[in-house]
Design a protein around this ligand. Structure first.
Ligand SMILES: *Cc1c(COP(=O)(O)O)cnc(C)c1O
Length: 363
């Protein structure tokens, strides 16, 4: 594992001394099902609209700091006031700013692992303590009682719904209880919400939970991970905090233009999302006949599979088939677990065929 040089360990802030430099050791693969990206072709007409919007965008002017046009379009879509929306350079920037503004030294974040590892990373960067309440060892569901019991002693909380990598959706009653129990902001990360059943989103709770923040991204359902665009929906005074701490020009003009063109054509993505859900179910049906596997289907564009010799299978998928999936074996609670992004039907066929061979040889 990479670490900082001796000299840099002395230079950086003490709490950053053990931080790991980004490891560019990435194997390009023919079929990449490792990052929950949308691998489907862009819906008809959308790419043309994006290209036209980009071509019409002046590059000499600084971006509109609050992405006003995009913000209004997102607000209209979600049926909220534009003052309830803040756009960011990917969901990650908004997550970082959430920790920056509401966490920090002497503050504690409530976290329910196994979940998205960026939360703990951003907590580390901002010197925020983390109170981890582990999910159930068997089901990987949130331990609601233990989480609520810990909630009164934390300053902020993040809950992921659908969770990455387990795919489960939090219930509205639990989120409402959590919002009441935490004396501080509660973020529900809905990066995958478009893939979940209707009604799974927690936006309706905003009216009764003024400390609730909902995180969205264009990286997953919209297939736009490359443009880096995410947004939060929250009470206007909460949004003022996000707008105050952000780097003023973090969302560049090209991103604003492309995102606006895509969000305006959001209906074109519905069939893609439906196909991904259907493919997810198809992969599960193909895998669940094998009793050696344990599968968490969940409601994202991915599934989690526990399979004997997961790390070997993951390496051989990469090296022999040029198929990349994500190995979560290293994560506490996820021994022998692989996360597989749902790809196109052709990609999924290849994955299933390769898995059938490798599981028989390794498991
Ligand atoms: C992908 C993802 C995000 C946001 O990703 P960005 O590309 O930074 O918008 C946020 N939360 C979870 C759980 C994710 O998986």
């Amino acid at each position: 594992m990479a670490e900082l040089s001796e000299r840099m360990r002395a230079y950086v802030q003490p709490h950053l001394a053990n931080i790991e430099p980004y490891d560019p050791n990435f194997t390009p693969c023919r079929i990449n099902l490792s990052a929950n990206e949308n691998t489907y072709p862009v819906p008809e007409g959308v790419r043309e609209a994006v290209d036209a919007a980009l071509a019409a965008t002046a590059l000499n002017r600084y971006p509109d700091p609050m992405s006003e046009e995009l913000r209004c379009e997102l607000a209209a879509w979600h049926g909220v006031d534009p003052a309830c929306v803040c756009v960011g350079n990917g969901g990650d920037e908004l997550l970082f700013n959430f920790l920056l503004a509401f966490g920090g030294r002497g503050r504690t974040l409530l976290n329910c692992p196994p979940t998205f590892s960026e939360y703990e990373f951003f907590a580390q960067l901002t010197s925020t303590d983390v109170r981890n309440v582990a999910r159930d060892r068997k089901t990987l569901a949130v331990d609601e009682r233990a989480t609520l019991a810990a909630a009164s002693r934390v300053d902020l909380a993040i809950l992921t719904s659908p969770n990455n990598p387990t795919g489960d959706v939090a219930s509205s009653s639990f989120v409402a209880q959590l919002c009441r129990a935490v004396d501080g902001p509660v973020m529900v990360d809905e990066a995958y919400i478009e893939f979940a059943e209707a009604g799974a989103d927690k936006q309706a709770l905003l009216a009764s939970c003024p400390n609730l923040v909902i995180l969205h991204t264009l990286s997953k359902a919209f297939g736009a991970a490359g443009i880096r665009c995410g947004y939060v929906i929250a009470a206007p005074d909460m949004i003022e905090v996000f707008s105050a701490v952000r780097q003023i020009y973090s969302v560049n003009v090209l991103t604003q233009a492309a995102a606006l063109a895509m969000v305006r054509r959001r209906d074109a993505f519905t069939p893609v999302v439906e196909q991904i859900r259907a493919e997810r179910a198809r992969i599960v049906r193909a895998l669940e006949v094998d009793e050696r596997l344990q599968i968490w289907e969940g409601q994202g564009n991915f599934l989690l599979v526990r399979v004997p010799s997961a790390s070997e299978i993951r390496s051989r998928l990469r090296d022999e088939y040029s198929i990349l999936v994500r190995d979560f074996s290293y994560m506490p609670g996820l021994a022998d677990c692989l996360r597989i992004t749902v790809g196109t039907p052709e990609e999924n066929d290849e994955l299933l065929a390769a898995l059938a061979v490798l599981i028989n040889e390794e498991a």
